[in-house]
Design a protein around this ligand. Structure first.
Ligand code: GAR
Length: 196
């Protein structure tokens, strides 16, 4: 059974969907920790309601000390027994040293059709570019931001009159379907990308 740590910074809707999916019979993974850099993250209470252990490592306690912050993250992860990390709306950039420690064992969901629009403001950038499609990508995390091998994508049409918010809401619905599907495959040892 894989032990999954879910890292969040905000509301944690993807974390909830992942945790619910892991509760299904026969799932090869279980959530062992919800960890946030933000003590005010709404997802912490949602995780506690689901009976998942929670922890906070506030990045503001480590000004200009990324390694110190990540050292604390690593300590919490090791204490939890995690052998897989799912970044789920975790809004801190991780160093090459940290990503190397978790190489092949850390997934992220990003709200664009990577390699388009790594970084922030993905939906507005897709609208401004006149794209016909937006979407989301689950990928392995490497040292390069939002650039690790893709494990699955879902596409969402951009509609006339879409704002970043209306588009984000429709993409989020697809994130909630895609991420649990990819995690299930990945935790079962299947690292081939989803192709639909
Ligand atoms: C999601 O849309 C996720 O793709 C995005 O943050 C949101 C978190 O929502 N992640 C990133 O932008 C990572 N760079 P949630 O807290 O409700 O899951």
């Amino acid at each position: 059974m894989r032990q999954v740590a879910l890292l969040i910074s905000g509301g944690g809707s993807n974390m909830v969907k992942l945790a619910q999916s892991m509760a299904e019979p026969g799932h090869p993974a279980r959530p062992c920790l919800v960890l946030s850099n933000n003590p005010a993250a709404g997802g912490l209470a949602r995780a506690a309601e689901m009976g998942i252990p929670t922890a906070v490592v506030n990045h503001r306690d480590f000004p200009k000390d990324r390694e110190g912050f990540e050292g604390e993250l690593q300590a919490k992860l090791e204490a939890s027994g995690a052998d897989l990390i799912c970044l789920a709306g975790f809004m801190r950039i991780l160093t090459a040293g940290f990503t190397a420690q978790w190489a092949g064992r850390m997934l992220n969901i990003h709200p664009s059709l990577l390699p388009k629009y790594p970084g922030l403001n993905t939906h507005q950038r897709a609208i401004d570019a006149g794209d016909a499609w937006a979407g989301c990508t689950v990928h392995e995390v490497t040292a390069d931001l939002d650039a690790g091998p893709a494990l699955g994508q879902a596409r969402v049409p951009i509609e006339q009159g879409d704002t970043a918010d209306t588009l984000a809401a429709r993409v989020l619905v697809q994130e909630h379907i895609l991420y649990p599907r990819v995690l299930h495959r990945f935790a079962s040892g299947n690292r081939t990308p989803l192709n639909d």
